[in-house]
Design a protein around this ligand. Structure first.
Ligand code: PMP
Length: 304
């Protein structure tokens, strides 16, 4: 159980971390947030925070879109997160949620002249998507939010209405996760995860300019594929019809980790089970995040 949150300038009991019903972000979704993970290593008896400064860089970039200034540097945010996790004394995998929000009352639908605040809390996590094996995925009838409407590359609170519409439609239609097309009709991503496919040995992922979130795990997977597996990685637009023909497909993200896709719109991907590159990627990712790969130790911030 979560005991603490950073709220209104201090780490305090989470039972005291409240916002008012007049909070601007509560009404309009004018906020931005991050989603980090810390992984418990039984071998090292250590909790490793994964790529925290990359996550906080994206958060501060998202804040820039919203003209939000919380007066904290990336390094201060990392230190604060470590302090919070230490105080919680977690010895299991946890998800960390920093959020930057505006708190000027209901009648302020604007970005400028705002009171910007930061809150952070953490909680234990299990599997992000329910069910075993490779995922059953279906295309949503909703389109991914366009960068000309809301910055798609950032993690903006209001954007998640788009994600929730797609996710709920998919689950109520019997799928486990949604894929979403962008306004051009190209494949963008899942409701809260980036997409990779493998075709004829080449790893392909949609470019950020196809209205994709600048995923930290996406960046990680690209590096693993190129540097550790010697695979060619191409960032290019993907058509819906091409997805039906790929040899492998998998999602990646802080919440989902690396998750293989077994079928899309009822068409099997490969033989419908986890493909060899997805399986290798998942094993490597799990090894890296728990401190098993010396060359990637610099991505990990030990909490204890
Ligand atoms: N796309 C969306 C829309 C997301 O919400 C997430 C989760 N943050 C991702 C992709 C994956 O990003 P990351 O690897 O940084 O968690």
């Amino acid at each position: 159980m979560t005991k603490y949150a950073y709220h209104e300038g201090a780490i305090r009991p989470i039972s005291e971390a409240h916002i008012s019903v007049t909070c601007t972000t509560f009404h309009y979704g004018i906020g931005c947030f991050g989603g980090l993970r810390a992984f418990w290593s039984d071998r090292d008896k250590q909790l490793y925070l994964f790529r925290p400064s990359d996550h906080y860089k994206r958060l501060l970039n998202s804040a820039k879109f919203l003209m939000s200034d919380i007066g904290k540097t990336n390094a201060e945010l990392v230190d604060l997160t470590v302090e919070l996790l230490r105080k919680e004394e977690w010895k299991e995998n946890v998800y960390i949620r920093p959020i930057i929000y505006k708190d000027d009352g209901v009648f302020r639908v604007q970005l400028h002249d705002s009171t910007d605040k930061l809150a952070i809390f953490s909680h234990p996590v299990g599997a992000y998507i329910k069910g075993d094996g490779a995922l059953r995925v279906g295309f949503s009838t909703w389109r991914r939010v366009d960068d000309n409407a809301i910055p798609a590359r950032g993690k903006i609170s209001g954007t998640y209405i788009n994600s929730a519409l797609a996710k709920t439609e998919a689950v109520l239609n019997g799928f486990q996760e949604a894929l979403v097309l962008n306004q051009d009709g190209h494949v963008s991503e899942a409701s809260a995860a980036n997409l990779f496919v493998v075709r004829d040995g080449v790893v392909i992922t949609p470019p950020i300019t196809d209205n994709v979130l600048e995923g930290i795990t996406r960046k990680t997977i690209i590096e693993f594929a190129r540097e550790d597996m010697g695979l060619e990685v191409v960032e290019r637009s993907i058509d819906r019809s091409e997805l039906y023909l790929v040899d492998e497909a998998f999602f990646c993200g802080t919440g989902v980790g690396v998750a293989a896709i077994g079928s899309i719109d009822h068409r099997l991907i490969g033989d419908g089970s986890t493909g060899p590159i997805a399986a290798k990627m998942l094993a490597h990712y799990q090894n890296v995040v728990t401190g098993g790969v010396p060359k990637y130790k610099s991505w990990l911030t030990p909490v204890y």
